[in-house]
Design a protein around this ligand. Sequence first.
Ligand code: UT7
Length: 327
Amino acid sequence: MSLSSASAFAILGTGSLAPDRVVTNDDLAKLVNTSDEWIQTRTGIRERRLAGPGDTTTGLAAGAARAALADAGIDPAAIDLLIVATCTPDLPMPATASLVQTALGLPSTTACFDLNAACTGFVYALDTAWALLASGRYRHALVIGAEKMSSALDWTDRTTCVLFGDGAGAVVLGPAPAGSGIVATKLGAIPGTSELLLIPGGGSSPLAPDAPRHIKMKGKEVFKFAVRAMDEVCRDLLTPRGLAPTDVALVVPHQANLRIIHAIAEYLELPHDRFFANVDRYGNTSAASIPLALDEAGKAGRLRRGDLVLLVAFGAGLTYGGALVRW
Ligand code: UT7
């Protein structure tokens, strides 16, 4: 199945970075009342990377970005737009993007800002960067998803602390080689659902000055939303273009739970191996999960020129989003 038109901007390179420290399920079973068996059966996670004393969201983001720039063969001086998707910035201000700009030595003409759509953040940032490139005002964008989720976890709460990890992934967007490019994106958010997944404290709200500064989640409700929303967004990207799920060479979904990934595979009637998964080794790295998975998929030879690749995510908000890309 061919597409009627290819967009003018493509992912030119990818990169990722995760902290060195590997924390296994057995390690966590020493902290909270859990087990390797429970975590693996319910989530597919075996281990995750957690930040050491020297690791910051900025440092992880900059490392992933350097790798993406090298992969794309693009000089940092050519980057005129930098978006960092994160819900765990180093500081309330300035934006992590400004800190990353300094770390990378990007020029003063680079527009730099953060974007928070939680775990859907990378897809939101990709859509935003694509639109800004298409406006003609920018030429090369660096889009990063970076998180230090360990800073937002309650290490006594077994229902959340076993699920997340730290890391970063980045892509460089620029003028597309013939035949490749971003084809379509779709974003959305469901009003009235913020209490299902949130960090209640740490912001400026006068309503909850002493609220906890770590993640609270109603996991079962989020699970059901995730499967329904990601199935819908995949179909909304494919069907109007005369495409079927079987036309997609690889789906790179948000890495939250292997059961969620397998459930979408069943809904779309695709084999499990059509989905890239590395949640077993990283856990849920929120906005970093898709670019980190994309980078690993590329290095594993799973992204071939001309392939149709589908990125799809869900997260706090509740938000959802997808991007269809001709590799
Ligand atoms: O990027 C967005 C982030 N959010 C998500 O991805 C969350 C989506 N939801 C999920 O992935 C799943 O709902 C979870 C993995 C969070 C939970 O799996 P579940 O199959 O929905 O389990 P549950 O919440 O129904 O809990 C089943 C049992 C409960 O015990 P009881 O009430 O049946 O006695 C929990 O207390 O498992 C217990 N439990 C645990 N046991 C051992 C919850 N967490 C743990 C744990 N270890 N870590």
